[in-house]
Design a protein around this ligand. Sequence first.
Ligand SMILES: *[C@@H]1O[C@H](CO)[C@@H](O)[C@H](O)[C@H]1NC(C)=O
Ligand SMILES: *[C@@H]1O[C@H](CO)[C@@H](O)[C@H](O)[C@H]1NC(C)=O
Ligand SMILES: *[C@@H]1O[C@H](CO)[C@@H](O)[C@H](O)[C@H]1NC(C)=O
Ligand SMILES: *[C@@H]1O[C@H](CO)[C@@H](O)[C@H](O)[C@H]1NC(C)=O
Ligand SMILES: *[C@@H]1O[C@H](CO)[C@@H](O)[C@H](O)[C@H]1NC(C)=O
Ligand SMILES: *[C@@H]1O[C@H](CO)[C@@H](O)[C@H](O)[C@H]1NC(C)=O
Length: 484
Amino acid sequence: MAKLGLEALVILAYLFQICIAATAQDLPLYLPREKPEWAEHLSPNLASFSIEMDTWPDWAGKKVGEPNEYFNQILRNLGERTGHMPFLRVGAISQDRATIDLQYEVMNATFPEPTPQAPNPQADHIFIGRDFYALSGNLPEGTSFMWGLNLKDLNKTETVAQAQLLAESFIGSRAHLTSKMSLEYVELGNEPDFWGPTRWGSYRGPYGPEWNTLNYTATWVDFAKAVSGVFHTGESETEKPKLSPGGFTGFMSPEWTPQGPLLAGLLDDPDIRERTSQFTEHAYSGGFDPYGNVRPGELMNKLSVRANMSAIVSRRHAVQGAGLRYVLTFSHGQPGLSNTVESALWAADWLLLGASYGIERLHFHHGIGYRYNLVQPVDSSDDGLNITRPHILPSYHAFLIVNEAIGKSGDSYVTELSTTDLNMTAYGIWETNVLVRAVVLNTQVYLGEGEKPGIEVQLIGPGAQRPCTVKRLNSDTTTSFTGM
Ligand SMILES: *[C@@H]1O[C@H](CO)[C@@H](O)[C@H](O)[C@H]1NC(C)=O
Ligand SMILES: *[C@@H]1O[C@H](CO)[C@@H](O)[C@H](O)[C@H]1NC(C)=O
Ligand SMILES: *[C@@H]1O[C@H](CO)[C@@H](O)[C@H](O)[C@H]1NC(C)=O
Ligand SMILES: *[C@@H]1O[C@H](CO)[C@@H](O)[C@H](O)[C@H]1NC(C)=O
Ligand SMILES: *[C@@H]1O[C@H](CO)[C@@H](O)[C@H](O)[C@H]1NC(C)=O
Ligand SMILES: *[C@@H]1O[C@H](CO)[C@@H](O)[C@H](O)[C@H]1NC(C)=O
């Protein structure tokens, strides 16, 4: 392979071998001399988790003081590469089905029967017990949290009761349990754009057309003031946690976009403005379909990854224009794609493309047994791989690669590097104006027939003659589940 330019440059992550003479495509990759003007800062929390809270004890450990050591080790492996533990959002669909019941120590969740359409259904109800939020203290030291509270019931007494128990676990009488953790954000409600009529009959929510962005904005501000009051009493005045509006699916755009609430006065109240620093949305690059016709290559396809990311550009622009961070939480759910090595390539591209668009964090959705997880934290997580112990899935490698690319300096920047071919995608990472690492993805599809294709990357550009270190992710085929 070509010699690589800059000292300390590390090339990370290919799908297949890069130097297979017979069938290798020979492709140039130009390494620019300086950091491009449009390079974006890389947050150490770029690659984040979103955990469905109906199975929270499976991730955090069943009791206070009894952590899940397997999941914690996974988090430490990731944290080692950036110097920061991964950021966890806990909540999602089940957060709006939860109510407090302090007779329980941790929780009581009841689940509907699985169906072919929903093999891993979310709980239909959760009773939140005394130690539910305090389990946060079981995670590795330095873990940051965004906790979700129930807004959908439109019952302020309940939402405030949840905020009070959460506050007790982080800043109140039980704060000693979580003293090494950071509660960064509190989210009110998940996917409120699906609570009224939608364009899809089967996804109709409980409310009528009066549930619109104007109503959402007034309701959110009203509840946010009440919750804010819980966290800021007396002299324990602290900047944390901040409030996190949004959580929109994105499917109800253009009626439901961040612009709606921003125009409707979401941030008009000075206290709320002060306490709000991000707006989140969700992005589904594909959903679960039991009869889905899987076409290997379509998930990691360079054009569709860019088309999906481009769909949110105007929304991100509005949020950032209003002085807030734009954060995405999302998933891709198709077995045969989301649990294969293809998903690792998709996730690495999606994360770094998002970062190069100025998105600070992208949270990957997780539940027990979900095909698109990075990790299954318990023995009983049946995800179709027939593994009866905690295990990783292919997209875990994407988080390792991306975190290694971000590095520990706290001052790295990313841009996408142009390539001349749709089979190759590349990113450059700069520290103090020096290109220190590059990530190159080979998205050639190989299903095991004939000779495995490859790409020979010709590095060109200023100083492309000095040695570098190469680290590779290899797999047998595009559809491999294991063996990376
Ligand atoms: C959990 O809640 C369900 C539904 O309310 C109830 O039937 C069940 O008895 C509860 N379980 C326990 C252990 O209390
Ligand atoms: C609202 O929540 C409170 C506290 O959980 C509960 O006692 C009350 O019954 C709820 N109100 C309604 C209308 O459900
Ligand atoms: C907002 O929507 C809720 C749920 O449908 C409804 O109860 C409430 O009256 C609405 N508020 C306004 C101001 O329309
Ligand atoms: C988003 O990606 C999926 C594949 O993961 C693709 O089917 C879909 O067409 C893409 N969306 C757009 C807008 O291109
Ligand atoms: C898991 O086991 C089932 C039933 O034996 C089988 O159909 C399936 O192919 C197995 N999955 C994997 C990934 O080996
Ligand atoms: C991508 O690689 C495949 C397999 O090697 C090849 O058949 C195809 O022509 C390449 N596509 C492009 C756009 O270069």
